[in-house]
Design a binder for this molecule. Structure first.
Ligand code: CP
Ligand code: NVA
Length: 308
């Protein structure tokens, strides 16, 4: 993976994805033993560019870099000349002379592709309108820790079927051998391109991807119930329509009671409490959301170490 971009989960083979997860588990164990991984990225700098707000991604990447002995520079798009119209291509050429990798959070996935085209350093997707690969990789680690397997598990995603986190999670889950169910409203189906890749991966792995319009049917007997916000960053103008169309996909204790007895509830956060999930679920016995958030640190350390 050295020197490679990570724009999509599809950029990784199943074997590479497993290797990132194994490395993450190893790094996490060492972290709890108090071992420092300092020499790994000494002398290396990661640039982070944000077009949108971030709590988990920014902090976990910064801490990850520091724990690996490297340096980080985090800037918003508008602090850079990008905000005044300097092209992505020119920016890519310049930053490639200063830093060793760049992680960017953007509105349009095409901007990441442009950045990667002109940068001679690795580009990591820190969330775009299409994917959030670092989140999905981290979530697969959490599922492994909670369930000790992938094979035979079924994950149900309820809510916005065109969500960036869902796209990445779907790709990662089927690649690793999980069955996947998506419950969403008409007009909110996943991207056709992502579905095509996911279906090919699912065929290879011998697992299923099923679409549902009824959330209660979708969660029956599943191992994992996952949701994300109905209104993603950049979609604020569509809030009213999205909330109206997706409100029947809210994760409540009644919904969770239809899943397996030992089912877990997952959310990438930030949560819009009372909308896609109620307090009794996110704060309840099913919830593993804080472990999910923690795992961003461990998986990103692995991603950075392997790529840089
Ligand atoms: N889950 C996630 O990426 O959170 P932030 O938007 O806070 O980075
Ligand atoms: N789908 C959400 C994820 C946030 C981490 C968004 O894009 O706003």
């Amino acid at each position: 993976m050295k020197g490679r971009d990570l724009l999509s989960v599809a950029d990784l083979t199943g074997e590479e994805l497993r290797f990132v997860l194994k490395t993450s588990l190893d790094f996490k164990a060492r972290y709890y033993l108090g071992e420092v991984l300092l020499p790994l990225l000494r002398g290396k700098t990661l640039l982070m560019i944000f077009q949108k707000p971030s709590t988990r991604t920014r902090i976990s990447f910064e801490v990850a870099m520091k724990q690996l002995g490297g340096e980080v520079i985090s800037l918003s798009w508008h602090e850079m000349q990008l905000g005044r119209g300097e092209t992505i291509a020119d920016t890519a050429r310049v930053i490639s002379r200063y830093v060793h990798a760049v992680a960017a959070r953007v509105y349009n996935h095409g901007d990441l592709i442009e950045l990667a085209k002109y940068a001679s350093i690795p580009v990591i997707n820190a969330l775009s309108d299409v994917e959030h690969p670092c989140q999905a990789i981290s979530d697969m680690l959490t599922i492994w820790e909670k369930k000790s397997r992938y094979s035979g598990l079924t994950i149900a995603f309820l809510g916005d079927g065109s969500d960036n986190v869902l796209h990445s999670l779907l790709l990662a889950a089927v690649k690793l051998g999980n069955n996947f169910r998506i419950a969403t409203a008409a007009g909110y189906d996943p991207s056709k391109e992502i579905m095509k890749v996911a279906e090919e991966e699912a065929d290879k792995a011998g697992v299923s991807i099923e679409m549902y319009r009824d959330p209660l049917e979708a969660v029956r007997g599943v191992d994992v119930v996952y949701t994300d916000v109905w209104v993603s960053m950049g979609q604020e103008a569509e809030s009213e329509r999205r909330i109206r169309d997706l409100s029947k996909f809210r994760v409540t204790p009644e919904v969770m009671s239809l899943a397996k007895q030992d089912a877990i509830f997952m959310h990438c956060l930030p949560a819009h409490r009372g909308y896609e999930v109620v307090d009794d679920v996110i704060d309840g016995k099913w919830s593993v959301v804080w472990d999910q958030a923690e795992n961003r640190l461990h998986t990103q350390k692995a991603i950075l170490a392997l790529i840089m």
